[in-house]
Design a protein. Structure first.
Length: 204
């Protein structure tokens, strides 16, 4: 009597592949079906009818209803607009005078209109205007930039609308205009609103 040897893993895998394709000649024979099942599954896995709690994945989303408000605050960190950034700047001039200025109660002594200029054209014009106004002893001047409009954009990075409006406050803080400027705020509506700036100059 020959001794049965155990199948190697590759032989067992090959045998199971063949057994899955075999069709019984007598399907009604229960013994054959039991034998085929034993061949296909020589070591049936033990199934735990009650899964443990640690194995049950928990959803990271809390249950919610349609229309329910979020319990957590928004995590979006959005940069403030130009108006808010200028209002948050430290106050360098007299507070009472500043209040009159932002309410449009002070009349600018001179104005320059940069609307329609390119950045390269506007920068030297603004420098000339600010330094000449300070030399003339002026204190409050108006710089008109316009609010800007959305043009054609062909680059991979979207261009900012109103590039001149965003650039002028930065220019006014840099040399050679920075030492001459005391305060910059958005103009009142009757002087152009967010499309213009009040520039309060230092005394010479």
């Amino acid at each position: 009597m020959t001794r049965r040897r155990t199948l190697r893993p590759e032989e067992e895998e090959l045998w199971q592949a063949v057994a899955r394709t075999a069709r019984p000649m007598h399907p009604k024979s229960k013994g054959f079906l039991r034998g085929m099942d034993a061949v296909a599954h020589p070591h049936p896995p033990v199934v735990d009818p009650k899964p443990r709690e640690a194995e049950i994945p928990k959803s990271w989303l809390e249950p919610f209803r349609l229309g329910q408000k979020s319990k957590t605050a928004s995590a979006h960190d959005i940069a403030p607009g130009l108006g808010e950034a200028l209002k948050a700047a430290p106050l360098q001039m007299d507070a009472k005078l500043h209040g009159k200025m932002v309410r449009g109660k002070l009349l600018p002594e001179a104005r320059i209109d940069l609307h329609g200029m390119t950045l390269a054209e506007a920068h030297p014009e603004l420098i000339r205007f600010i330094l000449n106004a300070q030399s003339a002893g002026m204190r409050l001047v108006l710089v008109i930039t316009g609010k800007g409009k959305r043009g054609e954009d062909y680059g991979p990075i979207p261009s900012r609308m109103g590039a001149l409006r965003h650039q002028v406050p930065q220019w006014l803080r840099m040399p050679p205009m920075g030492p001459a400027v005391l305060q910059v705020t958005e103009a009142h509506l009757k002087h152009g609103g967010s499309g213009a700036y009040y520039v309060y100059l230092r005394r010479r």
